[in-house]
Design a protein around this ligand. Structure first.
Ligand code: MN
Ligand code: MN
Length: 321
């Protein structure tokens, strides 16, 4: 069993060597891993600014800076979990349904082996494919979803699959335990108040940014911990964060989370039965000084650290037999 540790920065400076997520080993065989970080460089589902196909590559580069101990959670995740960069899904840049099938094929195998997937987009359309695989393994899941959009529209230019529809499709396909779905950071102008009707009628919880500003982080954390009964998926659209902190994205909405709030709210997933996660919608061509990719990289580290804390302090996720 090879060691799954980040490359030692005292032997090889952090800016040296081909970039992998958090300087972890790149492996192709996922067997024996606890957690796999997987790139999904697909942006054929975007409706406005493109470029998130370059997300995984740039997030790898920015993640080189990350050091391996998490003081706030008091955990060294790579001493607790076997985590590796498993490369990218070879997507079909010209076909969303074929890309979904390719994502599912990779994830089905991973989940079959008991590996927890953390996917790096790519646009948000990929989350539907990931959820299909996760649910095949775990049954319908709760979801903590950070975004400025609910992504529950019905269709766009006659297409049912794009980055504005993944969670409506997921509800229709019975992938989500809707009463344990919480969407955080929702804001901005929409077409009409009808746009919120789908979520309302299916009993998912929406925490608008105005509500977060009014009630504070503690109240949101309480709502997050309320979805703890059963497996939970985390989907983090970087446009949930304010474009002042995360300008490199396809459909920015002003007035969002700060990066500090984003990290703290992801940290609040400690104790939840987290069975998979994604960080999506980072578009490096619209970024400045790499700040959006740097934030995404740190969110990935936050997620890995939460998984490690769960294993250490909450006996979750259970190791596979
Ligand atoms: Mn969004
Ligand atoms: Mn989204």
């Amino acid at each position: 069993m090879p060691e799954f540790r980040p490359r030692d920065s005292f032997r090889s400076p952090r800016f040296a060597q081909p970039a992998t997520f958090m300087r972890l080993p790149h492996v192709e065989n996922v067997d024996g891993l606890d957690v796999a970080v997987l790139g999904v460089p697909f942006d054929g589902g975007t409706s406005y600014r493109t470029g998130s196909r370059f997300g995984p590559r740039e997030i790898r580069a920015q993640s080189s800076l990350i050091r391996p101990y998490h003081p706030a959670l008091d955990v060294s995740p790579f001493e607790v979990l076997r985590v590796a960069d498993v490369g990218d899904v070879d997507v079909n840049p010209l076909n969303i349904e074929d890309t979904h099938a390719r994502v599912q094929a990779v994830l089905d195998e991973m989940l079959e082996l008991g590996v927890i997937p953390i996917c790096v987009g790519g646009d948000h359309s990929i989350s539907l494919a990931i959820l299909r695989s996760v649910v095949r393994r775990h049954g319908p899941v709760g979801m903590v979803h950070f975004d400025s959009h609910q992504d529950m529209w019905d269709e766009y230019f006659g297409n049912r699959y794009f980055h504005g529809t993944p969670f409506r499709r997921a509800v229709e396909e019975n992938l989500l335990d809707t009463h344990r779905v919480i969407q955080i950071g929702i804001r901005g102008p929409v077409y009409s108040s009808d746009d919120f009707e789908f979520a309302r009628s299916h009993g998912t919880k929406t925490i608008r940014i105005e509500q977060l500003a009014r009630d504070g982080l503690a109240s949101v954390k309480k709502q997050i911990s309320a979805v703890r009964d059963g497996p939970v998926y985390l989907s983090f659209d970087i446009d949930g964060v304010d474009p002042a902190f995360a300008p490199g994205t396809g459909t920015p909405e002003v007035g969002g989370l700060t990066s500090r709030e984003a990290l703290e709210l992801v940290r609040a997933l400690e104790g939840l039965q987290l069975v998979g996660a994604d960080v999506v919608e980072v578009s490096p061509p619209y970024d400045h000084a790499g700040i959006t990719s740097l934030l995404a990289a740190n969110l990935l580290f936050e997620i890995v650290s939460v998984l490690a804390a769960n294993r250490l302090r909450h006996k979750q996720p259970q190791p596979e037999a």
